[in-house]
Design a protein around this ligand. Structure first.
Ligand code: UDP
Length: 385
């Protein structure tokens, strides 16, 4: 179908757009076109088989599916089975390797002591110099928040350098919420995530997207930019948009701030290079933040050959043309995003915006799915009014 006659258009074939398209086709039983400027579907969840080794690689960094939202777990289960993989992360600091996030294992290893779980709180309180009531004086930035949670020595070893590299900002200038993504534990549980449901898609991420979009009512056009077809879209077409809003508005109020990433990938001549899927690098002097070794994400697939694919993750400044990964959610940037949202509402009155790029929020995959399901539900409800 030509763009002129479309009734439903989804911009972006990432998780948000693919869920929206699936809902339009399945629930409304309407034809829908999905466009994406990239040459593949799946957005930043995209995975592919490395042609040299056959190992499944994550093009935009390791993606682990984890959620505590029953609705999301039920929904995604229609499109894939999950393995029983539970993510564990190690972090390297000054030549030693520790479990991450901070747990009793990290604390006891780092201080070379043998605290018991019930002794941790008082120990951390002493280390963080915490006095009085925390709720009277809540931490106003990431550094204060981290020190209140784990004390200064652990903060300086495992958080300060990593965060400075990741965000290229002093942790004092970053919002405290970023660090609350990481749990702090007083036991030896070294899982990275607390969520009850976790796993890797048995047949890979590409298979999820193929299933989501596998409906004769859904047509996907890759290598297509919204701007190049916008003038052809009829006024009555319902547009679901998951790109960035500053770009959509030609950067009228200036660009939104993002962090980008760069990956250096290599095939190494060892069956196992680092013994785990993700190794963080906490030292400020090491310019990358993480090393991914993809074969460890699928232990159920066996040894997967005599060599291994590793990918070093380097935080990168963002400029127009690079991939936006992380929104920098300062109040100033949130205000700028709101200005763009208002402008979009005026320019495209019936457009529905969502996803990490559209909403300018640090969503995990499950939050993105939830956001799409709710956006669709609201839309479908309004239709029946
Ligand atoms: N972080 C850190 N040290 C680590 C891992 C994470 O300081 O070893 C901080 C850092 O500021 C990061 C935030 O915690 O931006 C959230 O980490 P997470 O692993 O959730 O980031 P993502 O996987 O989304 O990149």
């Amino acid at each position: 179908m030509e763009f002129e006659r479309l009734e439903y258009l989804v911009v972006g074939a990432g998780l948000w757009g693919s869920v929206i398209a699936e809902r339009i086709a399945t629930v409304l039983e309407k034809p829908v076109r999905v466009i994406d400027r990239r040459s593949h579907v799946g957005g930043n969840c995209h995975s592919y088989r490395d042609p040299r080794t056959g190992i499944e690689c994550h093009a935009y960094g390791t993606h682990i599916f984890h959620t505590a939202i029953p609705e999301v777990w039920d929904y995604i289960g229609n499109f894939t089975d999950f393995t029983t993989y539970r993510h564990k992360v190690l972090t390297e600091y000054k030549g030693h390797v520790y479990p991450m996030p901070i747990s009793l294992a990290t604390i006891n290893n780092f201080y070379d002591i043998n605290l018991k779980p019930w002794e941790v709180e008082a120990f951390i309180a002493k280390e963080s110099g915490r006095t009085g009531n925390v709720s009277e004086n809540p931490p106003s930035n990431l550094e204060e928040k981290a020190i209140s949670l784990i004390g200064r020595p652990l903060y300086e070893a495992f958080i300060k350098g990593y965060t400075q590299k990741q965000w290229e900002k002093d942790p004092k200038e970053l919002p405290p919420e970023i660090i609350t993504r990481l749990p702090v534990r007083t036991n030896y549980n070294i899982d990275y995530f607390n969520d009850p449901w976790q796993g890797m898609p048995v047949k890979g991420y590409a298979a999820i997207f193929n299933r989501l979009l596998d409906d004769e009512k859904i047509e996907v056009s890759l290598g297509v930019d919204f701007k190049s077809i916008a003038s052809k879209i009829s006024k009555t077409c319902r547009i679901f948009y998951s790109g960035t809003l500053d770009e959509l508005c030609d950067y009228k109020f200036g660009p939104l701030e993002w962090r980008s990433l760069r990956f250096e990938q290599s095939v190494e001549p060892h069956p196992d290079v680092q013994g785990t899927s993700v190794l963080n690098n906490a030292d400020l002097e090491t310019p990358w933040t993480r090393t991914h070794e993809f074969k460890h994400l699928h232990p159920e697939r066996g040894p997967q050959g005599e060599s291994s694919v590793v990918s070093k993750e380097f935080p990168d400044s963002f400029e127009i043309g690079k991939i936006p990964y992380y929104p920098i959610e300062t109040q100033e940037n949130k205000n700028l995003h709101k200005k763009y949202k208002d402008m979009v509402a005026e320019t495209y009155p019936s457009m529905i915006v969502g996803g990490r790029l559209g909403d300018y929020k640090y969503f995990d995959m499950d939050r993105t799915i939830e956001n799409a399901l709710h956006a669709f539900e609201k839309f479908a409800k309004d239709l029946t009014r």
